[in-house]
Design a protein around this ligand. Structure first.
Ligand SMILES: [Zn+2]
Length: 311
């Protein structure tokens, strides 16, 4: 039992225009920090790209076809003010879904206690039939559906600590009461959703809006008092994590003031819950994080704790 790390070179072929925060260098920064000696024994795997049928767990066929048709032969193409595609974007998206699904399958098979997938484009803003916020497909929601429908689980928790509301995951899972979706995020902030009142038609959505300037101790207290008891009551058989590191104090896109120590803390506490309820099963996927140094250090901190807890 240990920790598996999944990534795919195809995720480096999704290119955005110069100056765009969600850039190839993000993943390169993570791969570089993982070259440190302490990660020499981290088991790395590459998975096949997901078949298109996996996208249909969450998205209609017409939307999948629309995204596929939007991919340019060269250069970049803009889908909305924030979201771009390039010639490699289709392969990158399928590689990302394939990587997270493979991470899920490996953890479900008992090949590892937990896993992390370093992929891009991110996924938690993609809605049922709308690309949004750098995201094309709801990668973590697809994995949640796969855990339920392919692996036969009946309770899956998806915990999202990215600084932005996981509006896409909420949209994709709000009609799926076998999933509990929790998002903590800065509010107000783009995309403008994620109020505490948004609980979904089945009550399986928990939003934790945090004001700009929130520091680590307040963040921790909110998760401790509001989120963890709710997750414990849900008694998940698996915990999926949307690990965005843009709540870091050095991130240029938002104004929360977390540090690497806070990301270590939340990873430990998620593993505590997983140990108690889910046989230790934690499958985590990269979402945001736009200061390269903060992203690399925070991802390393997250993986360090996963390895400690997975040992
Ligand atoms: Zn974000």
């Amino acid at each position: 039992m240990s920790t598996l790390f999944f990534t795919d070179p195809a995720c480096l072929t999704h290119v955005t225009p110069p100056g765009h925060p969600e850039r190839v260098e993000r993943l390169r920064a993570i791969l570089t920090v993982l070259e440190a000696p302490e990660f020499a024994t981290l088991e790395r795997r590459q998975a096949p790209p997901a078949p298109e049928a996996e996208l249909l767990r969450c998205h209609p066929e017409a939307y999948v076809a629309q995204i596929k048709a939007s991919i340019p032969a060269d250069g970049t193409h803009q889908l909305d003010p924030d979201t771009w595609v390039s010639p490699g974007s289709w392969e990158a998206a399928l590689a990302g879904v394939g990587a997270l699904n493979a991470a899920l399958d490996a953890v479900m098979a008992g090949e590892a206690r937990n896993a992390f997938a370093a992929i891009r484009p991110p996924g938690h803003h993609a809605e049922t039939a709308t690309p949004m916020g750098f995201c094309l497909f709801g990668t973590v929601a697809i994995a949640a559906k796969r855990a339920l429908d392919h692996h036969g689980l009946s309770r899956v928790a998806v915990l999202d600590f990215d600084v932005h509301h996981g509006n896409g995951t909420q949209d994709l899972l709000q009609h799926e009461p076998r999933a509990l979706f929790v998002s903590s995020h800065q509010f107000p902030l783009w995309p403008g959703t994620g109020r505490a009142e948004e609980t979904g038609p089945h009550g399986n959505i928990l939003n934790l809006p945090l004001p700009p300037g929130t520091e680590g101790p307040v963040f921790r207290q909110a998760w401790e008092e509001i989120v963890f008891p709710r997750v414990a009551a849900f008694d998940p058989q698996l915990i999926l994590v949307s690990a965005g590191f843009d709540a870091h104090r050095d991130d240029p896109l938002a104004q929360l003031n977390l540090t690497e120590a806070d990301f270590s803390w939340i990873t430990h506490r998620i593993c505590d819950l997983a140990d108690r309820h889910a046989g230790g099963r934690v499958v985590s996927v990269l979402e945001g994080g736009y200061n390269l140094d903060a992203l690399a250090a925070s991802t390393a901190a997250h993986i360090r704790v996963l390895r400690e807890r997975g040992a």
